[in-house]
Design a protein around this ligand. Structure first.
Ligand code: AGP
Length: 608
C-alpha cells in the first residue's frame, strides 16, 4: 500500500505535498519522492527513507517554486526500497511523470514490449512501465494517451500524472486502489486518502474504478475509459484528521484486524493461480526445496506463534520434520543442524535483532535461509537466500494482527506448495485444501460481522485479574497468540497453554477468579477439549469458549460461547485468532489502555 498526493493551485506545491505525504505515512514509509512543474519542466527529488528524510533533502536542495506537483510515499512491492525505485517515475523524455499505488500485474510483459520499442528503464518497479506506456501512446493529446495506456494495464492502480505536454493540469485515475479529489478555492488536490488534504479541503470527490479526472486549478472533469464525461457527486467530510488516518476506526489495531479479509484475499489472488501456488519472488530453486529433509523455523513473539502453527501444517502436509525455535534461544544454543536443513525466518518487520542474529549464525554454517516477511527490502530479506512476502501492508498497531494471519496464510500455502513439489500429498487432496483455503476471507469477515457480541463478552470479562488460554494441536499456538494479544495491550497476566497440560500444573490455577478461554472448534480432538472444559467447570473457572457455528453441545456446558464458522481444522487458526484479537482489543479498550502504543513495547525490537 502506498500514498499519493497531488496539488494544483495558487500556492507553492512543495510544502502542501510534503505535509500531505506525512498524513499518509501510515500507508507506507520505506521511500518517498516529489515531482513539480516549473517553466513546463518536471523537477524531481526522491530518496529511500521516511518522509522526514525527503523533507531534509528538500531543505538542502529545494525545488523551484511551483503551482503543480505530485508526491508519493512507498511501501515496496516490486523492487527494493531505494532512490531509483522511489516514485515519481519518468518516461524516456522526462516530460511525463507519475506516482502510483497498486500492483501492475502484467508489467514484465509490457516492459519487454516497450524495451523492444527502445524505451530505457531506470528502475525495477512495475510502476515505471506506465510512464513509458503513456509516452508510447502520446501523439498530441495527453488524456487520449493515458486512456490508451490504462486499457493495457492489468492489476490495480491509483495514478497521479503530470506532464510538460500539459503543464497546467494533473491527470488522476484509478482501478482497485483508492483515489480522491479535493475541491478547493482556486486550487484542487488528489490523494490516496482524505487525511492528505483534510487541512485544505472537506469537499471530496471519490473516483470510481476506470474513471479518469483532469484536474486544473479551477476545474475538475471526470471521464470514463471510453472518454465519456461522468458527473460526480461532491461529498463533505466532517471527521477530523486523526480519525481519517485510521479511516474512521478508533485505533490502528482495530483497523488492521478488519483489514484481514482483504489481506487474505490478496494473498489468495496473488499466490494461487488455477491450482498452482506461486511464490514468484522466492529465489530458492525448486530442486533445493524438493530435497529438504528438515526445516527449522526461527522467530520471536507473534511470528514465533505463527511458526509453531507452521510446524503442524508443514509436517502434516509434507512429512518434513519441522522444529521451531525462539530466535533468542537459537542464537545462543549449541546448534545441531542436520544436512538438508532450511531455516525459515519469520518476521513482520524484518528488523528484529534476535531473528537477524539467529539468521547470521545459520548462514555462517552454510544453511539456506528462507524468510517470510512483510517489509520489502528489510535487513532480514537482504540476508536471506529467498523471501516470501506477506504483502499485509504497513502494520502500525504494536500488537500484531493482520501480519500474523498473513504469516499463517503463507505457511499454509508453503505447506501445500511443498506437499505438491514432493508429492507427499495427493493432488486431489491439495485441491480440496485449496478450495477450503479460498473460503478464509469470507469466513474471517463473518467473525468481524459478529464484532458486537464479542465486544459484549469482553465487557463481561474485562475485570478479571488473569486469563488462561487453552488450545490443542494446531490451535495450541492460537492459545499462545490469544494470550499474547491480551497481555500486551491490556496488561492482564495471560498465559497460553496446551490444554493437555492442564493436569500437569495449570489446573491448580482454576477458581472463580480466573477466566479461561478454551479453543474448542470442530476437530479430531474436540472431545478432549470438552473434557478440559468439564475439569474447569468443576472448579468454578469462568469459561469463554471459541466454538464452531452449529455446535449445540458446547452450549450445555458453557454460557459464554463465541462461535466461528466451520473450516478445515488445518486452517481454523486463521479464523479463531480473529475472535481472540477482537476479545483482547475490547477488553483493553474497556480498561482504558493505549491499544496502539502499549507501555514498554515497540513495534519492532531492533535491539536485544
Ligand atoms: C506481537 O504483537 C508483538 N508486537 C511482538 O511479539 C512481535 O511479534 C515480535 O517482536 C516479532 O516482531 P517481528 O515479526 O517484526 O520480527
Amino acid at each position: 500500500m502506498c500514498g499519493i498526493v497531488g496539488y494544483i493551485g495558487e500556492k507553492n506545491a512543495q510544502s502542501i505535498l510534503i505535509e500531505g505525504l506525512k498524513r499518509l505515512e501510515y500507508r507506507g514509509y520505506d521511500s518517498a519522492g516529489i515531482g513539480i512543474m516549473h517553466d513546463s519542466k518536471i523537477n524531481i527529488r526522491k530518496r529511500q527513507g521516511k518522509i522526514k528524510d525527503l523533507a531534509h533533502l528538500l531543505e538542502r536542495s529545494p525545488l523551484a517554486h511551483s503551482h503543480v506537483g505530485i508526491a508519493h510515499t512507498r511501501w515496496a512491492t516490486h523492487g527494493s526500497p531505494n532512490q531509483a525505485n522511489a516514485h515519481p517515475h519518468l518516461d524516456c523524455t522526462g516530460k511525463i511523470s507519475i506516482v502510483h499505488n497498486g500492483i501492475i500485474e502484467n508489467y514484465q510483459q509490457l516492459k519487454a514490449e516497450l524495451q523492444k520499442h527502445g524505451h530505457r528503464f531506470r528502475s525495477q518497479t512495475d510502476t515505471e512501465v506506465v510512464a513509458h506506456l503513456i509516452e508510447h501512446y502520446y501523439r498530441r493529446d495527453l488524456l487520449s494517451a493515458v486512456r490508451l495506456a490504462l486499457k493495457r494495464l492489468k492489476g490495480s492502480f491509483a495514478l497521479g500524472i503530470i506532464s510538460s505536454h500539459s503543464p497546467d493540469r494533473i491527470i488522476a485515475c484509478r482501478k482497485d486502489s483508492p483515489l480522491i479529489i479535493g475541491k478547493g478555492k482556486n486550487e484542487n488536490f488528489i490523494a490516496s486518502d482524505v487525511p492528505a488534504i483534510l487541512e485544505y479541503s472537506k469537499e471530496i470527490i471519490y473516483l470510481d474504478d476506470n474513471e479518469i479526472a483532469v484536474v486544473t486549478r479551477d476545474n475538475i472533469s471526470v471521464f470514463n475509459l471510453g472518454g465519456k464525461r461522468v458527473v460526480k457527486p461532491v461529498h463533505r467530510v466532517e471527521y477530523d484528521l486523526d480519525a481519517a488516518q485510521k479511516e474512521g476506526y478508533p485505533h490502528f489495531m482495530l483497523k488492521e484486524i478488519f483489514e484481514q479479509p482483504k489481506v487474505s484475499s490478496k494473498i489468495i489472488s496473488s499466490r494461487i493461480k488455477g491450482s498452482g501456488i506461486h511464490f514468484e519472488e522466492l529465489k530458492i530453486k525448486e530442486n533445493s526445496l524438493k530435497n529438504i529433509k528438515n526445516i527449522i523455523i526461527i522467530a520471536c513473539g507473534t511470528a514465533y506463534h505463527a511458526g509453531l502453527a507452521g510446524k503442524y501444517l508443514i509436517e502434516y502436509l509434507t512429512g518434513i520434520s519441522v522444529t521451531v525455535d525462539l530466535s533468542s534461544e537459537f542464537r545462543y544454543r549449541k546448534l545441531i543442524i542436520p544436512k538438508d536443513t532450511v531455516v525459515v525466518a519469520i518476521s513482520q518487520s524484518g528488523e528484529t535483532a534476535d531473528t537477524l542474529a539467529a539468521v547470521r549464525i545459520a548462514r555462517q554454517r552454510g544453511i539456506k535461509i528462507l524468510s517470510i516477511c512483510n517489509v520489502v527490502g528489510s535487513s532480514l530479506v537482504r540476508e536471506s537466500d529467498g523471501v516470501i512476502y506477506t504483502y499485509a501492508g504497513p502494520e502500525i498497531g504494536v500488537a500484531s494482527t493482520k501480519a500474523y494471519t498473513a504469516q499463517l496464510s503463507i505457511l499454509c500455502l508453503l505447506g501445500l506448495y511443498l506437499a505438491n513439489l514432493t508429492k507427499s500429498t495427493p493432488r486431489k487432496e491439495i485441491d480440496k485444501y485449496l478450495a477450503q483455503f479460498r473460503k478464509v476471507p469470507v469466513l474471517q469477515q463473518k467473525i468481524l460481522n459478529n464484532e458486537k457480541s464479542i465486544m459484549q463478552v469482553a465487557g463481561r470479562h474485562h475485570h478479571f485479574g488473569s486469563f488462561l488460554y487453552l488450545g490443542r494441536n494446531i490451535n495450541f499456538p492460537t492459545a499462545l497468540e490469544g494470550a499474547l494479544k491480551l497481555k500486551e495491550i491490556s496488561y492482564i497476566p495471560a498465559e497460553g497453554y496446551a490444554a493437555g497440560e492442564m493436569k500437569h500444573g495449570p489446573i491448580a490455577l482454576i477458581d472463580e477468579y480466573r477466566a479461561v478461554v478454551c479453543i474448542a472448534t470442530a476437530s479430531k480432538i474436540y472431545d478432549k477439549m470438552v473434557s478440559n472444559i468439564h475439569e474447569i467447570r468443576a472448579r468454578a473457572g469462568k469459561i469463554i469458549a471459541i466454538a464452531s457455528q452449529g455446535d449445540k453441545e458446547i452450549k450445555h456446558y458453557v454460557k459464554e460461547v463465541i462461535s466461528v464458522p466451520l473450516i478445515e481444522d488445518l486452517f481454523s487458526p486463521l479464523l479463531n485468532v480473529v475472535a481472540l484479537q477482537l476479545l483482547a482489543y475490547y477488553i483493553a479498550v474497556r480498561r482504558g489502555c493505549n491499544v496502539d502504543q502499549p507501555r514498554n513495547l515497540a513495534k519492532s525490537v531492533t535491539v536485544e
